[in-house]
Design a protein around this ligand. Structure first.
Ligand SMILES: [Zn+2]
Length: 267
């Protein structure tokens, strides 16, 4: 499976609906993107967002800071088209491993939810490229994520359903960008898992019952995927399960880290 094929597939049959469901109508996602935009230093005039998707962060930036020249880079041609059409943002199609920009062409480079997706080879190239095109960078990645796995019913391969290929901890983030030092680290926290639930899921998977492949998820080995649900909406939860979840939501749980936003500066 080609690396780029994931991203074309992830956009889905209806890019606008996918964008609404995953980001625009998702308060946590939008808060994360607003946090990134607010973290951009006040003196920045040229900003690049690598792996910008449909350019929501760019559109938030354009609204908040019209003096900033904002550019996006996106591997998926369809995501880039969606962003240009919906938000009128400037998006260049290309790979994070070979940014089509001169050294220091920007004041700040952003990469949000990009690095955890990059396969071996592309990952190191992208880290070098991010450090090359701007003297400052803002990166967000899932922090200390314990990646769950699903199993493809066609070929049996196990993989993370969000295509997260790596996790990041404090040490990973400290040395992330070559020639740059980490200037700031901000962690977003969320409610943790119920004690025992993860252990039970792992045991179930070990006994040959891994969780089913979510819709929209493409097997990275053989390309298998389930057909999309009618209406392209989330799968409905059964009423009993909904009641159970509502009751469980009232039980206090310890918090766990979700996202890290790290700022870097050269030198
Ligand atoms: Zn497969």
């Amino acid at each position: 499976m080609e690396h780029a094929a994931y991203y074309e597939h992830a956009v889905g049959a209806d890019p606008d609906a996918a964008l609404r469901r995953r980001q625009l109508d998702n308060p946590r996602e939008m808060a994360r993107l607003r946090g990134v935009v607010e973290a951009i230093p006040a003196d920045a005039r040229r900003v690049l967002d690598v792996g910008c998707g449909a350019g929501i962060a760019l559109s938030l930036l354009a609204r908040a800071r019209p003096e900033v020249a904002a550019t996006g880079l996106e591997l998926s041609a369809r995501a880039a088209d969606t962003g240009r059409r919906l938000f009128g943002v400037d998006i260049v199609q290309g790979s994070a491993a070979a940014l089509p920009f001169a050294d220091d062409a920007f004041d700040v480079v952003l990469a949000t939810e990009l690095l955890e997706h990059l396969p071996h080879g592309i990952y190191d190239a992208a880290r070098r490229e991010l450090a090359r095109v701007a003297p400052r960078a803002i990166i967000t990645v899932p922090f200390r994520e314990r990646r769950a796995q699903v199993q493809c019913p066609a070929c049996g391969c196990r993989f993370n359903p969000f295509y997260h290929l790596r996790s990041f901890d404090d040490a990973d983030l400290a040395g992330l960008l070559p020639g740059m030092r980490r200037a700031d680290l901000h962690i977003t926290w969320t409610r943790g898992f119920f004690p025992g639930i993860r252990a039970a899921r792992r045991l179930k998977a070990a006994l040959g019952h891994p969780p089913p492949l979510p819709r929209e998820t493409l097997c990275p080995q053989c390309g298998f995927h389930r057909p999309p649900a009618a209406g392209d909406g989330p799968e409905p939860k059964r009423p009993a399960r909904r009641l159970l979840y509502a009751a469980m939501a009232r039980i206090p749980r310890p918090r766990r880290p979700r996202w890290a936003r790290a700022a870097y500066a050269r030198g």
